[in-house]
Design a protein around this ligand. Structure first.
Ligand code: ADP
Ligand code: AMP
Length: 217
């Protein structure tokens, strides 16, 4: 069975820097799902100076989770507009979020199909976050050592300007690693539903991606 049914819902779980965004890019191309990242949605709200962005910004700057009621409201609003299959990246991050997602999907006669958990040790995560560069235009992800762009500061895909996130600086990154690892209760929720696939993320981008794709076919 391939996962590209119209109402497929895949969740990517993992600590900050595990490679969720990097792998989402490949999965959405190969499986044909819409990539929805709550981190990207929040950054967009902040950039546009919306009320939601103002609420989220202080939490994001500190490296804390945005409160559940704000995050759940935003994601469910996005879900309501969604037609085809979806790849969730960075949501859910708490058990409450997972339960809200289950309820909303159930109302649509749908459910989470599979949860892909990418595991990477802390020291590797810090080095990934500190070297991460993103395209301001298309969101492509690079790393100054592991996945460098052909030309420093410029996106290979679209020529856009590359930037580093403020919350990838050491202090906020350390705090995110302390506070934003998927909690055991969240992992347990999906394990007990028989949906969890755990993948060793401390390998090459291609090797990790091969395992994730295999888990979806
Ligand atoms: P997340 O979305 O989980 O926070 P990203 O996909 O943004 O993580 O990846 C974090 C950083 O690690 C990026 O700079 C990316 O280029 C790099 N990276 C991703 N996967 C790997 C990997 N398997 N090996 C080495 N570096 C990686
Ligand atoms: P990310 O791009 O996934 O690293 O997320 C960036 C920031 O957005 C996080 O540090 C949180 O402050 C916030 N955020 C993203 N997703 C969530 C979520 N599911 N729950 C709470 N906060 C989130």
């Amino acid at each position: 069975m391939t996962m590209a049914r119209t109402n497929t819902v895949i969740v990517l779980l993992g600590p900050p820097g595990a490679g969720k965004g990097t792998q989402a890019d490949r999965i959405k191309r190969e499986i044909g799902l819409t990539h929805v990242s709550t981190g990207d949605m929040f950054r967009d709200e902040v950039a546009r100076g919306t009320e939601l962005g103002l609420k989220a910004k202080a939490y994001m700057d500190r490296g804390d989770l945005v409160p559940d009621e704000v995050t759940i409201g935003m994601l469910l609003g996005r879900l309501a507009q969604q037609q085809g299959g979806i790849l969730l990246d960075g949501f859910p991050r708490t058990l409450e979020q997972a339960k809200a997602l289950d309820r909303a999907l159930e109302e649509r006669g749908s459910a989470v199909d599979r949860v892909l958990a990418i595991a990477v040790p802390d020291d590797e995560l810090l080095s990934r976050l500190s070297g991460r560069w993103l395209c301001r235009n298309c969101g492509a992800v690079y790393h100054e050592k592991n996945q460098p762009p052909k030309q420093a500061g410029k996106c290979d895909a679209c020529g856009g300007e590359l930037y580093q996130r403020d919350d990838d600086k050491r202090e906020a990154a350390v705090r995110r690693l302390e506070r934003q690892r998927p909690p055991d209760a969240l992992i347990g929720h999906y394990r007990s539903q028989g949906k969890l696939v755990e993948v060793d993320g401390q390998r090459s981008v291609d090797a990790v991606g091969d395992d994730l794709i295999a888990a979806l076919r």
